[in-house]
Design a binder for this molecule. Structure first.
Ligand SMILES: [Zn+2]
Ligand SMILES: [Zn+2]
Length: 635
């Protein structure tokens, strides 16, 4: 006799083991038709299993996020099945799901796939899917599995790496069988709305000494609308590539003389300054003090901080007066020295010290990617020193600050709480438990939902990560709040407690943007280069209809705008009006102002906002007020 607990808390008791499908039928026959998988005590299983012990069970349908992984992985098998039928010599590596997609690594022998083959493969996949082939699971011993896959060297290598005695499962559909842990759909009929996206080369097991396989990427959804929406986003992501827009909008450049070290151009500097000014203002308002620590510091400091032993391969080093120095990969150790300059009392707490510091970290040249992956970037770290009983309140205040900042950019987010790693961690478990609880309590105190990532914390403490979602449904890890039990020990940080004793402060690191460079890259794509007025490098473009007649009036207007710190450019070239307007559009300037006879005679401006075909006529004063209030509101 065992009991199954359902998500609503209700329980069902069974005398005998029961198959997953019978179990679902016992709840609802219509649910059986829609069920994709079962979540049993947190893990996802397919529907060909049995229930035989006390457990908590959730029935997953096509409405649950967990189900889409099952669908996508089953689509990867369908891809392999189709490829195998078309290229019988094909051997298969691995075929997992990744964010929003799946892939399969395939060895085609002498054959080469091109983009045009993808549609042919899709056609065969649709044919098999429509046949409603059952997907059947079998359990083999390691010996049997080696025997079965003897013709596929990749699968043999995988099987050999499994521990002896481990049971191995395979999934079969039609005449195609794959080595697989599952879970899978019960039949191919669910696989209808999919698309093969692209091809790439991938070394077997990610090792460049191994053979390069063909990686086929694809994605799959339960309904057509979701697939179409996703494909639209993918197209947009290509169009909005920040490397392309960065060039077109004159924001930044990259040079072979400094791979991974971006150059900021005048227009990009304006964007950057606005972002940094915003950062400074809100931090000062929230009680932060700001410092700047050196770029290069003596090796001895990095020995104390531990970076010399744990992070050495990512650091650039040099020598000064025959002593080893390193360029900082993070701001924290310098910040610790600043803390130690003074004696601190509990009365100074919480003490918040921030720095926009330029850090350098080595990245392999192949990993560099525009502003997203660089070798130097500006980290917006800050350290908060406090007592343990201040954690909840401080973290709650921080989360609210993060929320405000992200909302200014229209970026939605969710929070993940990462807890103590299983093995590699420092400090006492009891301290970890208290720290994790403090972070959770902080979120609970302001009603913020969060997801727990068990074991995913840093070795020095638990953390909250902020995952931002941009306008193309991409997730970016930017903000982080990390409790650190390591550096205060290593640097022997102290404060004077009310009792007069010296005590160790609690310290946390927190970054809002993470990297200013990367954040700008995200913003460029998020806004497709059409920045809100407060960030736009050029806010107004003034275009006289006839440069012989309207230039003086245009100059007057420019003076008036500049008095109010509005960033304005004028187009005094002898070109056609339509051409000048189109060009201002391609530069995504928020307001284009056209000045002709009517405007000069009435002392007005004719205004066309970016992306709009509507024009309005305003007095100069009304125009200035409109701009200023839009900048002020960061709309
Ligand atoms: Zn599989
Ligand atoms: Zn730090």
């Amino acid at each position: 006799m065992f009991q199954i607990t359902l998500p609503d808390g209700s329980k069902k008791a069974f005398e005998q083991p029961i198959s997953a499908l019978e179990f679902i039928e016992s709840i609802s026959i219509s649910l059986k038709k829609r069920a994709i998988a079962l979540q049993i005590d947190g893990d996802v299983f397919d529907l060909n299993g049995r229930l035989d012990h006390d457990s908590s069970v959730r029935i997953l349908t096509d409405q649950d996020v967990e189900s889409i992984e099952v669908l996508r992985h089953s689509t990867a098998h369908l891809l392999a099945q189709a490829v195998k039928s078309m290229y019988p010599q094909a051997k298969f590596g691995v075929g997992p799901t990744v964010e929003d997609a799946f892939y399969y690594d395939i060895d085609l022998g002498e054959d080469v796939l091109t983009e045009s083959d993808l549609a042919k493969i899709e056609k065969v996949m649709h044919k098999y899917a429509e046949q409603n082939q059952p997907i059947e699971k079998s359990i083999l011993s390691k010996q049997e599995a080696l025997q079965f896959f003897q013709d596929d060297p990749y699968k043999v290598e995988l099987i050999e790496s499994f521990p002896d005695g481990e049971t191995i499962s395979t999934y079969r559909q039609g005449d195609f069988t794959d080595l697989c842990r599952g879970p899978h759909l019960l039949s191919t009929k669910w696989i209808r709305h999919f698309k093969l996206l692209s091809l790439a080369g991938a070394y077997w097991r990610g090792d460049s000494k191994n053979k390069q396989l063909t990686r086929v990427y694809g994605t799959s959804f339960f309904n057509k609308e979701a697939l179409d929406q996703h494909l639209y986003w993918l197209e947009e992501r290509k169009k909005r590539d920040h490397r392309k827009l960065g060039k077109e909008l004159d924001l930044f450049m990259l040079s072979e003389y400094g791979p991974g070290f971006p150059f900021w151009l005048p227009k990009g500097m304006i964007l950057r300054r606005e972002l940094e000014n915003f950062w400074y203002k809100i931090h000062v308002k929230h009680g932060y003090q700001l410092i700047q620590t050196p770029i290069m510091l003596n090796k001895d400091l990095w020995v104390v901080s531990g970076h010399w032993f744990n992070y050495r391969e990512n650091m650039y080093v040099s020598e000064i007066d025959e002593q080893e120095f390193a360029i900082k990969p993070m701001n924290c150790p310098g910040g610790m020295l600043v803390y130690k300059r003074d004696i601190h009392s509990y009365k100074d707490f919480p003490l918040k010290v921030g720095e926009l510091g330029l850090v350098h970290r080595h990245e392999a040249s192949g990993a560099l990617n525009g502003l997203f992956r660089v070798r130097n970037f500006t980290q917006d770290d800050a350290h908060i020193f406090m007592t343990e009983d201040q954690i909840v309140e401080e973290v709650a205040a921080l989360v609210k600050l993060f929320e405000y900042v992200y909302s200014v950019f229209g970026l939605h987010y969710h929070i993940e709480l990462s807890t103590r790693p299983e093995e590699k961690y420092i400090g006492e478990i009891a301290t970890w438990d208290r720290a994790e609880k403090a972070l959770a309590d902080a979120l609970d105190s302001i009603g913020k939902p969060y997801k727990i990532n068990p074991g995913d914390g840093a070795f020095y403490g638990p953390k909250l990560d902020f995952k931002l979602r941009d306008s193309m449904n991409r997730i970016w890890q930017c903000g982080t709040i990390q409790l650190d039990m390591n550096l205060p020990e290593r640097f022997d940080l102290t404060y004077i407690a009310p009792s007069g004793e010296k005590k160790r402060p609690v310290m946390l690191h927190r970054a809002l943007f993470g990297s200013i460079e990367r954040f700008i890259g995200i913003l460029i794509e998020h806004y497709a280069g059409a920045f809100p007025l407060w960030l736009a490098p050029v806010q107004v473009k003034v275009i006289p209809v006839n440069i012989d007649v309207h230039t003086d009036y245009a100059k007057q207007l420019i003076d008036t705008l500049q008095v109010h710190d509005i960033r304005v450019e004028a187009d005094f070239r002898d070109e056609k009006l339509g051409y000048k307007i189109r060009e201002a559009q391609t530069k995504k300037i928020p307001y284009q102002v056209v000045l002709g006879d009517a405007e000069v005679n009435n002392n007005t401006v004719n205004v066309r906002p970016y992306g709009s075909t509507e024009q309005t006529t305003l007095s100069i004063d009304a125009f200035v007020q409109m701009i200023l209030s839009e900048i002020e509101g960061k709309k």
